[in-house]
Design a protein around this ligand. Sequence first.
Ligand code: SF4
Length: 313
Amino acid sequence: MSYVHIFGPVASRRLGRSLGVDLVPHKVCSFDCVYCEVGRTTQKTTSRQEFFPPEEVEDELFTFLSSRPDLDFITFSGSGEPTLSLSIGRVIRFIKGTFPGYRVAVLTNGSLLGDSDVQEALHPADVVLPTLSTVDEEVFQKIHRPAIGISVRGIIEGLCRFRETYQGEIWLEVFLVPGINTGDDDLRALKQEIGRIRPDRVQLNTLDRPGPEPWVRAAGTDELQRAARILGIKEEEAFPPIRYGETHGSPHEDARSLVVEAIRRRPATLEDLVAQTGLHRQEVIKLLRVLSSDPHLKTSREERGTFYSWSGD
Ligand code: SF4
């Protein structure tokens, strides 16, 4: 079976070995973040829709999970904002009802968490990971370029309301854009609001792959440490190292399409590809060498290494 709505498992910094579920078409999102690793938003909206028949997603999950793969999480994420999907509650309930041993996580920009329907849809999830990177409206608009009508104040109030009813864990992400939201006063004000939201964890993030805006750079170790100190979070919790985990190292009959699919979704380094595909390192090296003559393959050198991406068919 070829999969359209699920991808991975990928090695996630915060969630370990994670199977991705994508319920939203490419770059349909309520934000257009300056750091988005999947590119510019093509449809900016806050309107919730059923983008795909939920049965299609459930069929793929059923087939994939029937072999009981080893996963830390099944994660609703992908290339847009997952809570825009009207099917998210149904698909979460399907996983919890059919494969109760798996933990479910939802990565969200938090813009719709004040909506009672979204709150109810997410209740069976084990962990919700919203983003809150500033409490300053101007800075918020600059970093996230949200759809009309979204304000950071509204998001904070939505997060507080969600906390009141949600029994699972909230792991709040603070995305650092050096020079924009990393000032001491900004971080102190953010800490105060985080105190009201009462997340179970606060984690820092910064640019890890080439983003859509060349002026956005990654925060360095010193900047991450300083932000963690001001926000009052332990360093090892603030920025967990990526866990590549065990790879199977087994030959895959369609290794080329595994690699192409992975880099079509988002840029990846060699290490990312080994972790995501489970292929042997040498096999990935060989494939990248073969693919290097294809004009669709693009490379860019970043701090974390060479990133490979795929554009077009
Ligand atoms: S919310 Fe996520 S998917 Fe949407 S633009 Fe920002 S980083 Fe990209």
